[in-house]
Design a protein around this ligand. Sequence first.
Ligand SMILES: Cc1cc2nc3c(=O)[nH]c(=O)nc-3n(C[C@H](O)[C@H](O)[C@H](O)COP(=O)(O)O)c2cc1C
Length: 167
Amino acid sequence: MEHIALVDPKHFRDVLGSYPTGVCVVTSRGEEGQRWGLAVGSFTSISLDPPLVGFLPDKRSRSWAQIGETGQFCVNVLASEQLEACQRFASRHDDKFEGIAHGTSPAGLPLLDNVLAWIDCDIERVVEIGDHLLVVGAVRAMERRDEGAPLIFYRGGYHTLAGLEDA
Ligand SMILES: Cc1cc2nc3c(=O)[nH]c(=O)nc-3n(C[C@H](O)[C@H](O)[C@H](O)COP(=O)(O)O)c2cc1C
């Protein structure tokens, strides 16, 4: 069946922007040490048994074109102090890692310093959906830190948790 565009793209973005998300940087590394990463708000947990997570890169993402070839990715969950890293990895900067402190995850992938959590994955499958791809990752290693607040993206702006008393 043909899909008919009934929705104005700006309205679509405005309405969907009312759903708040965290922000992750999805990274990977090439055999010659090249590093790639892109900021995503579409990260989600998918399955516990087996442990699967996913995110949705734009088909035109230059970073995804490289990351997809490596067969692996590391999800870096950003803390509220990491707005600069978020903006860098959402840009088309030539070397997005320049000046961004980072080390290496157990899978050997770029792991940004001070992230709230990280998840090493093998790419389990990639499904084309509209103008995006659904990338499913099989979790190989994961960890979180206890302290810290997340970076939150909502209606085009960045926020952090206010916290509800007694919630
Ligand atoms: C808060 C936020 C969330 C984003 N979420 C996504 C996403 O889920 N999928 C995506 O493809 N791009 C997303 N982007 C845009 C990409 O980060 C950006 O287009 C990308 O880094 C462009 O560089 P590339 O061509 O090297 O991939 C998001 C950007 C921001 C600021």
